[in-house]
Design a protein around this ligand. Structure first.
Ligand code: SF4
Ligand code: SF4
Length: 458
């Protein structure tokens, strides 16, 4: 082991954490109710194997910014040695991206995501109205409003589209007003809104080949207003591989933003809606093309573990969820793609590679596109800094990780950067703009759809 990076041995860990605790708060003794089950954090044997995979540790080389350090902090709070509202603890629970890279490599099977999300819930409860006003406002707007209601999301998106296309955006960007109001970084992250929204209206698209399955299409909050073309490409790809596609109007947000922010009750309310919609649809699979939503949908079983009347229904639902890349790979691509030479690199969404452990399928699909050259970037699975609303709540770390990702991507000189999650796509696009580079960012399903369209047009 490299001692410069890994602090091996329990004594060293406890010394580092004790120092961090001393820096954080003088007040101790709070033990929050429902803190993560002791057996989860006690599973950590402090081996340090997770450290080099952790984006915040790699950037800071600070023990408390590592998975091992955060687990020790959670344990300290749980045992009453540290106040749950101490600024340092609150900061660490917020600085973690919930990217789950640590969980994927942990030899002890520590379910870090569960630990973090429960700890965040407790922090929210303990902080209450003491949280900074802008964080409370952001939570109210997103979790309490936009992500609860597709209609509200479409109203906000329509206003944003007017702002983007009326010339107001260009005017404000030139004026310097956004910078003066410290809104420039936030504004740069707003997605270009689609010309037409992809609204679920109980559509039924028939398979173009012999029908092999019926899939329930989850249209997604951001996806249906800002990535409507990706959703349309998803439907066409499903038809090509032999699926009927339905888009029930009763579906809603997956709850990922709420769950990751520690608002578990809000997450459960949203989840129930999707479980009921899927049960009523009688579809074979629940299909999703956004990795962040997919990992939450696949974990509804866990979300309802303590709710007996929903536990089994949630587990059945999660067992039917498929990411578009794993589904297409399992179904097999039919012949008929057109050739086009292009160099692409692939950015792995955390919630696809770490949370869902899907890494080979996207590459297998890309390598079947005639003329496509896949050049692997370094650290393709290290978080790009997007992580839900992270680039709003932790802008500095988000930008550091964004720069790192863009530098790694540019080193392989791609014409297109491919990914499979809207948050990553937006983060990459804004990073490329900041770097002054005119390189396209696309979802895998768009490249596949374009390859078929080339052949169909000729
Ligand atoms: S890899 Fe697992 S057991 Fe090892 S320090 Fe990280 S969380 Fe703990
Ligand atoms: S979830 Fe990601 S950022 Fe958080 S501790 Fe684990 S590896 Fe680090």
């Amino acid at each position: 082991m490299n001692d410069g990076i890994f602090c091996s041995g329990q004594a060293a860990i406890f010394r580092l954490v004790a120092e961090a605790i001393a820096d954080m708060a003088p007040s101790c003794g709070f033990t929050g109710p429902d803190l993560p089950a002791r057996d989860i954090y006690d599973q950590c044997v402090r081996c340090g194997l997770c450290l080099p995979t952790c984006p915040t540790y790699v950037e800071t080389l600070v023990e408390t910014s590592s998975p091992r350090g955060r687990i020790a902090l959670i344990k300290a709070v749980s045992e009453g040695h540290l106040d749950i509202t101490s600024p340092g603890f609150v900061h660490q629970m917020s600085e973690c991206l919930d990217c789950r890279a640590c969980e994927a490599v942990c030899p002890s099977g520590v379910e870090y995501g569960q630990l973090l999300e429960t700890a965040r819930t407790q922090v929210q409860r303990a902080l209450g109205k003491r949280a900074p006003w802008h964080v409370r406002m952001l939570r109210t707007i997103t979790i309490g409003g936009l992500f609860r209601n597709y209609r509200l999301m479409r109203v906000a998106a329509a206003l944003l589209r007017f702002y983007q296309r009326s010339g107001l955006q260009a005017l404000l960007r030139r004026s310097g007003l956004l910078k003066a109001l410290k809104l420039a970084d936030l504004e740069a992250l707003t997605p270009p809104i689609s010309t037409r929204f992809f609204i679920p209206r109980d559509q039924h698209w028939a398979s173009h080949a012999e029908r092999r399955a019926t899939v329930f299409m989850h249209v997604g909050c951001i996806m249906h207003v800002a990535f409507a073309d990706v959703n349309a490409a998803t439907v066409r790809m499903m038809q090509r591989v032999g699926c009927d596609v339905i888009a029930p109007s009763t579906q809603g947000c997956c709850g990922a933003i709420a769950v990751h922010a520690g608002e578990l009750e809000s997450g459960r309310e949203l989840a129930k809606r999707n479980i009921i919609a899927f049960e009523q649809s009688k579809a074979d699979f629940y299909l999703i093309n956004a990795a962040g939503c997919g990992s939450t949908l696949k974990e509804y079983g866990r979300l309802f573990e303590e709710v007996p009347e929903w536990r089994e229904r949630a587990a059945r639902f999660s067992a039917a969820v498929r990411d578009i890349t794993e589904f297409l790979d399992a179904m097999g691509l039919p012949p008929g793609m057109g050739w086009k030479e292009m160099v692409v690199t692939y950015q792995e969404p955390c919630h696809l590679v770490h949370a869902q452990r899907i890494s080979a399928a996207p590459r297998h699909l890309l390598n079947q596109i005639p003329g496509l050259i896949l050049r692997e970037m370094a650290e393709s699975s290290l978080c790009c800094g997007s992580a839900g609303i992270y680039n709003i709540t932790e802008p500095e770390m988000a930008q550091q990780l964004q720069r790192r990702k863009i530098e790694n991507a540019l080193r392989v000189e791609p014409e297109i950067i491919v990914t499979a999650n809207p948050g990553c796509a937006l983060q990459l696009a804004s990073g490329l703009r900041a770097a002054g580079r005119n390189i396209e960012v696309k979802h895998i399903v768009e490249l596949l759809d374009e390859a078929y369209a080339r052949a169909e047009a000729s």
